[in-house]
Design a protein around this ligand. Structure first.
Ligand code: SF4
Ligand code: SF4
Length: 86
């Protein structure tokens, strides 16, 4: 999921131009500045790489990775002394 703080966007379109999978487009709404902030295309291949979040000069985008895509986190990489845990 991608959250755009619409009123923070200044319409530079860097996020749209730089998205590696061309997942963003201008939305139909106008923000307080009279700018059309970006949104995900209806059909998109967003892979939650967070590039748009990192390059937005106005910090207007936050990327939340898809919960279903989350890989389970290993509790530890170390084997405890005395053998395996349950
Ligand atoms: S990079 Fe940021 S300021 Fe520029 S269009 Fe995208 S959301 Fe708006
Ligand atoms: S997270 Fe990556 S793939 Fe998704 S819209 Fe942003 S730049 Fe594009």
């Amino acid at each position: 999921m991608i959250e755009v703080r619409e009123d923070w966007c200044k319409g530079c379109n860097i996020c749209i131009d730089r998205c590696p999978v061309d997942a963003l487009e201008e939305s139909d709404i106008l923000n307080r500045r009279g700018i059309r902030p970006p949104k995900l295309k209806e059909k998109n291949d967003c892979n939650f790489c967070r590039l748009c979040e990192l390059i937005c000069p106005d910090l207007a985008i936050t990327v939340f990775p898809d919960e279903k895509e989350k890989k389970p986190v290993k509790k530890t990489l170390l084997t405890p002394v005395g053998g395996k845990t349950k």
